[in-house]
Design a protein around this ligand. Sequence first.
Ligand code: 5GP
Length: 114
Amino acid sequence: MAEKTIFKKIIDREIPAKIVYEDDLCLAFEDVNPQAPTHVLVIPKREIASVDDVTEEDEEVVGHLFAVIKKIAAELGLAGGYRVVTNCGRDAGQEVMHLHFHLLAGRKLAWPPG
Ligand code: 5GP
């Protein structure tokens, strides 16, 4: 059996995280190395490695993640706007092979990203 990713360990409560939201399908927690005043990671509990690994069966859960992102943004009062990012694969800099959306806010975010 492949070793658990760091995010699976967070889901299983084997390592701590500052959890901001949880339901049956997903978990959201603060990034340990924040790139903006607000930096939350929103992940499915189901083990999907990346966008590249999303299947038809995952469509409901992936759609749900966006509904949750909107809810978290409202709860955190991100009225000035926010950015949702997912890195897929080596060239995009994906480090953790468990699908995750970065929710970034609290400062002016440059575009295009590096
Ligand atoms: P990626 O580069 O894969 O898109 O993003 C992975 C993110 O996970 C990075 O922003 C990194 O700071 C965050 N991260 C890595 N390990 C941990 C951890 O143990 N706890 C938390 N909360 N975030 C982590």
